[in-house]
Ligand binder design. Structure first.
Ligand code: PLP
Length: 418
């Protein structure tokens, strides 16, 4: 009889937050004479020591341009760059490494699809379905394409909790629908969209789906094969990696039939003045010298996150969000905007009678870093009839005491303005 592995049946051990925090040197900073409470992780997360060390290692012992020379450093850098691609492939469970394209970020990945896929396959009278929850980077590229081609944008509304109206989503499909663009997690409200079901429905109509995963990959543990999305874009700097690097996952069959976005070195097999033959995927979409160090650092970042454990990360962040929601809800005069049943890591709120920018400025005096503004999601602000919100966004290295610091700082703002 085969022995049952009982260890595998146990839920993962809770995250050791103190241990994790020791990996992040920046968290020891003081701001305004107070310990930094960094709650702006949805904009950009912080970098742990193993990723910083990996950058130093690369710059001091591995750097050269890739894919272009036979000398030691070039071969080393090429091998590490491609090894990082395989790490990222495993992290999001892409079927093949050639389905993982390095970009400069989510915005770049979405623009790549708008140009590479949209300009080839979307024409006059065609329709693109987006949701009200989209970040500007999943709106503007499609608007530019629609203007150029004479196509239309159709928008799925959201309810008062900030959840997409799925009945309306289904109703928007027609023979003209050519693409769906949907955010996995809303950066402004934290809503987790039911993207798997939305993708299945779109596929039932033969429509491909691009998922903006900028706010999902750092928090949820994403499996692109399970989602069955056609494209999935995300950014390294929200994932404990550096700026200037992102990933576009695309199904090989989709990437194969797309046109390149940018032309130049590395994306070709041969060039004459009469004709260029493009390289195979993923290189067809990686023109010019890529962000080599950031790609390798992103590989180290996903190694780090896998080591901490995405399940543990998600569980701790859920606890943080629940505690923050309960605590902020107890403050009279503070309204949480975005109360979806399924949310991740984001708490948007308004303090009665105080402009969000004043809230942000006063919180900074307490060492608490939040973001205030429209969060590059103006349609969400318009839906809730506010010019801006205050947004606290959590990462796995945040501790419960930091939620207390946030709440105390908001109370102080209310006293100042009271
Ligand atoms: C949901 C979402 N999409 C796209 C982006 C754009 O990411 P980047 O600026 O890294 O391209 C962001 C960044 O805040 C985001 O939150």
């Amino acid at each position: 009889m085969t022995a049952i592995d009982t260890a595998a049946l146990k839920p993962p051990e809770a995250l050791d937050v103190a241990r994790v925090r020791a990996d992040f040197p920046i968290l020891d900073l003081e701001v305004s004479g107070k310990p930094l409470v960094f709650l702006d992780n949805a904009a950009s997360s912080q970098m742990p020591r193993p990723v910083i060390d990996r950058i130093v290692q690369y710059q001091t012992a591995e750097h050269a341009n890739i894919h272009r020379a036979v000398h030691y450093l070039s071969e080393k850098a090429t091998a590490e760059y491609e090894a990082a691609r395989r790490k990222i492939q495993r992290f999001i469970n892409a079927g093949e490494e050639r389905e993982v394209i390095y970009t400069s970020g989510t915005t770049d990945g979405i623009n790549l699809v708008a140009h590479g896929y949209g300009r080839k396959f979307i024409g006059e009278g065609d329709e693109i379905i987006l949701t009200t929850l989209e970040h500007h980077s999943n709106i503007v590229p499609w608007q530019m394409l629609a203007q150029e081609k004479g196509a239309k944008i159709r928008v799925v509304p959201i309810n008062d909790r900030g959840e997409v109206d799925l009945d309306e989503y289904r109703r928007l499909f027609s023979a003209h629908t050519k693409l769906v663009g949907v955010t996995h997690v809303s950066n402004a409200l934290g809503t987790i969209n039911p993207v798997k079901g939305m993708i299945a429905f779109a596929h039932g109509h033969g429509v491909p789906v691009l998922v903006d995963g900028a706010q999902a990959v750092p928090h949820l543990g994403v499996d692109v094969q399970d989602l069955d999305c056609d494209f999935y874009a995300f950014s390294g700097h929200k994932l404990c990696g550096p700026t200037g690097i992102g990933i576009l996952y695309g199904k090989a069959a989709m990437l194969e039939k797309m046109q390149p976005f940018k032309g130049g070195g590395d994306m070709i097999l041969s060039v004459t003045f009469e004709k260029t033959t493009y390289n195979t995927i993923p290189h067809k979409f990686e023109a010019g010298t890529p962000p080599i160090m950031p790609a390798i650092a992103l590989g180290a970042a996903v190694d780090y996150l896998s080591g901490v454990g995405m399940e543990r990360i998600a569980a701790h962040e859920t606890d943080l969000l629940d505690y923050a929601t309960q605590s902020v809800n107890r403050l009279p005069g503070v309204r949480i905007i975005g109360t979806a049943e399924r949310k991740a890591a984001v708490l948007s709120f308004a303090v009665e009678g105080v402009h969000p920018h004043d809230v942000g400025t006063l919180l900074n005096e307490e060492g608490v870093a939040i973001r205030t503004g429209h969060h590059c999601a103006q349609p969400v602000m318009q839906r809730f009839k506010v010019p801006a919100t205050c947004r606290a966004s959590f990462a796995f290295y945040n501790k419960m005491e930091e939620v207390d610091a946030l709440v105390a700082a908001i109370s102080k703002v209310q006293k100042v303005f009271g």
